[in-house]
Design a protein around this ligand. Structure first.
Ligand code: PLP
Length: 395
């Protein structure tokens, strides 16, 4: 019992306390708003105590949410606890609101997920919080952008459109030196491929909507806090009324049990398809952190245990119409937002539209692929005819 469990064992066993499962395999859905007390004294006592893992009121969760939260905590060595949110975006904004006050300064990578940018440019700006966007490849150079009032460095590695890998330890070192909090959006890798609390990150965020849920049918977010960092997040999140439904948490926990093997398959198939795309004359570049020409590839090799199933490629010439001809012709790739489910997706993306601190240039339009659990040979055959459609459209 003393040896540290492997990740594959943890995703199966974590969070399944007997008092929460009642002895059955999956902790049931405990739905609640009202919790009934035996008497007034009992009710009063409950309010006075720390309600962590005690039924208090539905918004504070039930064993269904606690079980998933505990499982996610166990996947991050060095973590104190995890809170669940109704979406990945809710997890991001709650963490930033917990850490920032009017007059503060925030650093965000230029490659960040667009809704994170919208929040910084919208509500945070209205609150008098200034954001500076930085080159995701800046590394220890981030020190030059830190000000006296910088409170948070946000990271997202790799970026979910362009896949630059950040030097997380170098940025953490600068932040720790100056007492700046670090928040990392770890949706692409999950703690299975990139456990970041042990690298010194204070808060790690998952859009659990993606790989944790794994079936494209639930919105869910999580924030896992390093030792000593949880209380602040919890206080603000409770003030904001953040809560995830027990039904959604249950589906998240159910997804988590197979996440390790799903990620392995997503990663292996995506790599095979990325390598194949690289050989194609219609493709100018493949943006995948495990490929040597991806910016930050050396950092990927140093810090990550593997790759997941999301990457992009740049077409050789053509424009909107030619890219649409490719995507529209695909049989096995759905056209839609999000990723991390069992099914493949293709999405036209335009990273240059969002950049403000760095220029992002490409030889042609960009397509992002989420590689699902289909047979990769079928996906390659599909892409092969898609590239033929692209060639025909390009003329
Ligand atoms: C999807 C996504 C989010 C937001 O998650 P939602 O559950 O859709 O709100 C955050 N970060 C990244 C990198 C994502 O891909």
């Amino acid at each position: 019992m003393s040896s540290e469990k492997h990740d594959k064992t943890k995703v199966v066993s974590a969070g399944r306390r007997k008092e929460w499962t009642q002895g059955i395999v999956n902790p049931p859905v405990w739905r609640a708003s009202t919790i009934l007390y035996d008497n007034v004294a009992d009710l009063r006592a409950s309010g006075a105590k720390d309600t962590h893992h005690r039924l208090f009121y539905g918004r504070r969760g039930t064993p269904t949410q606690w079980s998933l939260a505990e499982a996610l905590t166990e996947l991050e060595p060095g973590a104190e606890a995890t809170l669940l949110y109704p979406s990945g975006v809710a997890a991001i904004i709650s963490t930033l609101l917990a850490l920032l006050s009017p007059g503060d300064h925030l650093l965000v990578p230029d490659s960040t997920y667009d809704p994170t940018r919208n929040f910084a440019n919208g509500l945070l700006k209205r609150m008098g919080i200034e954001t500076t966007y930085y080159d995701p490849l800046i590394g220890e150079g981030i020190a030059a952008l830190c000000r006296e009032n910088t409170r948070v460095i946000f990271l997202e590695s790799p970026g979910s459109l362009t896949f630059e890998v950040q030097d997380v330890p170098a940025i953490v070192a600068v932040a720790k030196n100056r007492g700046i909090a670090t928040v990392l959006d770890n949706t692409w890798a999950t703690p299975l491929l990139f456990p970041v609390i042990q690298l010194g990150i204070d808060y790690t965020i998952l859009a659990a909507t993606k790989y944790v849920v794994g079936h494209s049918d639930v919105m869910l977010g999580s924030v896992t806090a390093a030792e000593g960092k949880y209380q602040k997040l919890r206080d603000t999140s409770y003030q904001l009324g953040q809560t995830a439904s027990p039904d959604d948490a249950w589906l998240g926990a159910r997804g988590l049990r197979t996440m390790a093997i799903r990620l392995e398959q997503h990663g292996r198939a995506a790599m095979q398809i990325a390598e194949w795309l690289k050989t194609r004359p219609e493709v100018a570049r493949v943006l995948h952190p495990a490929l040597p020409d991806c910016p930050g590839h050396d950092l990927f090799l140093r810090d990550f245990k593997g790759a997941s199933g999301l990457f992009s490629f740049v077409l050789n010439g053509g424009g909107e119409k030619e890219r649409a001809a490719l995507i529209d012709s695909l049989e096995h790739f759905g056209i839609g937002y999000s990723w991390g489910g069992y099914e493949s997706l293709a999405l036209p993306v335009d990273p240059q539209r969002f950049r403000t601190a760095t220029e992002w240039k490409a030889e042609g339009p960009v397509v992002r692929l989420q590689i699902g659990l289909e047979d990769p040979d079928d996906l390659i055959a599909d892409l092969e005819q898609g590239l033929a459609a692209f060639r025909d459209a390009r003329g």
